[in-house]
Design a protein around this ligand. Structure first.
Ligand SMILES: Nc1ncnc2c1ncn2[C@@H]1O[C@H](COP(=O)(O)OP(=O)(O)O)[C@@H](O)[C@H]1O
Ligand SMILES: [Mg+2]
Length: 142
């Protein structure tokens, strides 16, 4: 199931993500893709808000790779693979223990070396100016 949602501002992108966050559970994985500056981190800030975490705490984890935010309905684990050519899930510790630690949102998920079954794919496409098209693809129901 896939839906394309238009966004006309960073705030709208955050609200779309915040609404999605209500449906997330422990171990939910979101695979974010889109160009630099498209709005992936903005989307993660909206996820944080929807989980009850201060969105201003969310920064681009460019150098640290993984940030974890607690204090919300579920912990949010924010991963950015921008600096990796080819990421190996096990190497960066995204194993099942981490999946059991909260909601995982992965920027530049196209750099992952293997797919994650059951993950939600989120693509943010820059349509010029402040216009973005956000496509959310939910895994097929079992
Ligand atoms: N509709 C929109 N949705 C998200 N970000 C937007 C939108 N319009 C403009 N922007 C701006 O685009 C930039 C997105 O940055 P960021 O979220 O860090 O991108 P990414 O993580 O994909 O590299 C921000 O400066 C944000 O204010
Ligand atoms: Mg980013």
């Amino acid at each position: 199931m896939s839906s394309a949602i238009p966004s006309n501002s960073e705030q709208e992108t955050r609200e779309i993500a915040s609404a999605l966050a209500r449906d997330l559970a422990m171990g939910s994985v979101l695979l974010l893709s889109g160009d630099l500056g498209a709005g992936k981190t903005a989307f993660v800030r909206g996820l944080a808000a929807g989980l009850g975490i201060n969105p201003d705490d969310v920064t681009s984890p460019t150098f640290t790779l993984v940030h974890e935010y607690r204090g919300g309905r579920l912990p949010l684990i924010h991963v950015d693979l921008y600096r990796l050519d080819r990421a190996d899930l096990d190497e960066i510790g995204l194993d099942q223990d981490l999946a059991a630690a909260g909601v995982i949102a992965i920027e530049w998920s196209e750099r992952l070396s293997r797919s994650i079954p059951g993950a939600i794919a989120v693509t943010v496409a820059d349509r010029g100016g402040d216009i973005r098209e956000i496509t959310i693809t939910q895994p097929a129901a079992l």
